[in-house]
Design a protein around this ligand. Structure first.
Ligand code: FES
Ligand SMILES: [Fe+2]
Length: 341
């Protein structure tokens, strides 16, 4: 199984639990499939194709009544199993026929997850328990691929240029040790011997620096974790990268900081604008890179096909590509490198 051939076998988060209320359905696109999300009467989430079987009105434009999604056109209602429970005016009772094939949906770890129930289920891609942390959520849509965004998020060597002053500076590099190891469903880099990064974000949110980690887990989780000199977690930034319409990626990001480091109200005030700047910087370069790759793919006949060139500092990118393509690491051996970060 791999996310390129069988993407819907995996669990994908499509919204935060909070975003999915009881009365209003949500429209989402997962790997090109338009979906409607809603909550059933007992609060459990449900996911159906976002089309009424009657005349194809988008169900997400309707409302939720009695735990069923109601079409905005003639009011037909559908439960989480995809059965019609009401067809107003017809005098028909609801029927047990499945008119819309449902996807499996779960509410867990603060997110609404969806997958195709007909395929064998892998585990939820979540990070370890986050007790004692303040959580902040951010959402965006970027015109690029999952692989491009995952690599960008976990590539520490673009931060000196794209986020100069915010995360790192080219003029203030440090010698670091990077250990790369395989995870059961991904790949991880551990950076040691880096003192605090010179950028504003590290100075605000970290007390001291012990180790940091960058990890990718299938099908689309990219995570950066910072620990202080005593091994305590200070900052955990998790991005779930979810392919939506062709060429577009839905990004759900969660920023977790240790409780007590800064008062909650101050964090709330700082985190969204600060991380918003960083996300916009990444979005700009990612969309430019993605569009440029397409330009050169389009003229491959004239110039011949071109391939990306990996440098010694591209610690995770090549392995992320392999994981997305094959669902596993083939020829990987753990290794240690010294680099200037
Ligand atoms: S199109 Fe949905 S009820 Fe007619
Ligand atoms: Fe970045």
């Amino acid at each position: 199984m791999n996310p390129t051939d069988q993407p819907l076998a995996y669990w994908w988060p499509l919204a935060t639990s909070q975003q999915l209320g009881v009365g209003k359905p949500l429209a989402r696109v997962l790997h090109g499939r338009p979906l409607v999300l809603f909550r059933e009467r007992d609060g459990r989430p449900a996911a159906l194709p976002d089309r009424c079987p009657h005349r194809f009105a988008p169900l997400s434009a309707g409302c939720v009544r009695d735990g069923a999604v109601e079409c905005p056109y003639h009011g037909w209602r559908f439960n989480g199993a995809g059965q019609c429970t009401r067809a107003p005016g017809s005098l028909d009772e609801g029927s047990s026929a499945v008119l819309l094939q449902p996807l499996q949906a779960r509410d867990s770890h603060g997110l609404i997850w969806v997958r195709d129930a007909k395929l064998p289920a892998p585990a939820l891609p979540c990070s370890a328990t986050q007790e004692g942390l303040d959580l902040f959520w951010m959402h965006d849509k970027v015109r690029c691929s999952l692989q491009e965004a995952a690599e960008n998020f976990l590539d520490a060597f673009h931060t000196h240029f794209v986020h100069a002053g915010w995360i790192r500076r080219d003029s203030k590099r440090q010698r670091v040790i990077a250990d790369i190891r395989a995870l059961e469903d991904g790949i991880e880099a551990r950076y040691s011997e880096e003192r605090l990064q010179p950028g504003l974000i590290s100075r605000l949110f970290e007390g001291s620096r012990g180790e940091s980690f960058g990890r990718f887990r299938l099908p689309g989780l990219a995570e950066i974790e910072y620990r202080d000199a005593r091994g305590r977690l200070t900052l955990l930034i998790t991005a779930w990268l979810v392919p939506a319409e062709a060429g577009h990626l839905q990004v759900i990001a969660r920023i977790a900081t240790r409780r007590g480091w800064l008062p909650g109200w101050l964090k709330r005030l700082l985190i969204r604008p600060l991380f918003g700047v960083v996300l916009r910087q990444d979005k700009r370069i990612l969309e430019a890179v993605s569009a440029n790759q397409q330009r050169f793919a389009d003229c491959a006949e004239q110039w011949g096909p071109v391939q990306m060139l990996d440098g010694r500092q591209d610690l995770l990118g090549p392995w992320i590509r392999q994981l997305l393509l094959k669902g596993r690491l083939d020829d990987f051996a753990a290794r240690r490198l010294e680099l200037e970060l």
